[in-house]
Ligand binder design. Structure first.
Ligand SMILES: [Fe+2]
Ligand SMILES: [Fe+2]
Length: 277
């Protein structure tokens, strides 16, 4: 899909019906969850994913204070996007409960309040910095978002394959459809913004090359983040999966030719985890 303007991208996004409607959720046979085995090793992965989805709200709050977040088109997208991410977190939590893993009724509040002070400070600095860079930051933010959405989608796709639990797969496929629409939005706006200026291209590439970290790291502990990545991508074909479905796609963005940051970072985590096991 190629779009001419950011407004075209938003119009496309708004035409996409929500996948995870009340009807969709109502049709999930929750009573079947406990009938299929769920390998315990995926529980921390699901908790991590649940928390990261939920923390979108914190991230969204910060972004609203940046020039990008004040852009009416991006803001409109983000209003719906942040609601969808909340649903993802809630569905994962419900799945865990149905699988016999209890969670605190106030888990959402706990997740948000457990975010470390250093994360809040870093976020504050990022907000301040982006306010200084101004509109030129839009391309970076959108490229960052595209990588986050793509890697999240691939994490879920991998989990469908590895956990092989029919009800979990049904839920995750619904989530994946929404993540794919998010990816299209971020990637398309990133492309439009990157095409606009050489400065944006250089700045975005520089920031991603030096500062990109997997989604959720910083907010969650490195241990939790690394465990999730190693569990999902440490096995056979995992790195190829990332390379083909994330890195190669990112490299098609203007100014991102040959950028291997995502593959490099993930493979660093995967080899670190496997060498310490
Ligand atoms: Fe999500
Ligand atoms: Fe998403």
């Amino acid at each position: 899909m190629t779009f001419e303007t950011n407004r075209d991208v938003l119009e496309w996004y708004e035409k996409q019906p929500r996948t995870l409607t009340k009807e969709f959720i109502g049709k999930i046979d929750w009573s079947e969850v406990g009938k299929y085995p769920l390998d315990k090793k995926f529980v921390p992965v699901l908790l991590y994913m649940r928390d990261v989805e939920t923390l979108t709200d914190v991230y969204y709050d910060e972004l609203r204070r940046t020039p990008t977040g004040r852009d009416p088109i991006i803001r409109k997208f983000m209003e719906r996007w942040s609601v969808e991410e909340q649903t993802h977190g809630e569905l994962i939590n419900r799945f865990l409960n149905e699988a016999g893993i209890e969670t605190d009724p106030k888990w959402q509040k706990q997740v948000i309040s457990s975010v470390s002070t250093s994360y809040t400070v870093t976020n504050y600095l990022i907000t301040t910095l982006t306010n200084l860079i101004g509109k030129r930051f839009t391309a970076t933010h959108m490229a960052f978002g595209a990588i986050h959405e793509m890697s999240t989608t691939q994490g879920y796709r991998r989990l469908v394959e590895l956990a092989d639990h029919p009800i979990l797969s049904e839920i995750l496929r619904g989530i994946i459809r929404e993540e794919s629409a998010h990816t299209t939005f971020y990637r398309s706006v990133a492309r439009i913004e990157l095409e606009k200026s050489e400065i944006s291209r250089r700045l975005s590439r520089f920031i991603i090359k030096h500062f990109w970290t997997p989604v959720g790291s910083g907010a969650k502990s490195a241990e939790e983040s690394n465990y999730t990545i190693a569990t999902l991508f440490g096995g056979e074909g995992g790195m190829k999966w990332i390379d083909r479905n994330v890195s190669e796609k990112i490299q098609t963005l203007p100014g991102f030719d040959g950028l291997t940051k995502v593959t490099d970072k993930i493979s660093e985590i995967v080899s670190l985890k496997t060498s310490t096991v």
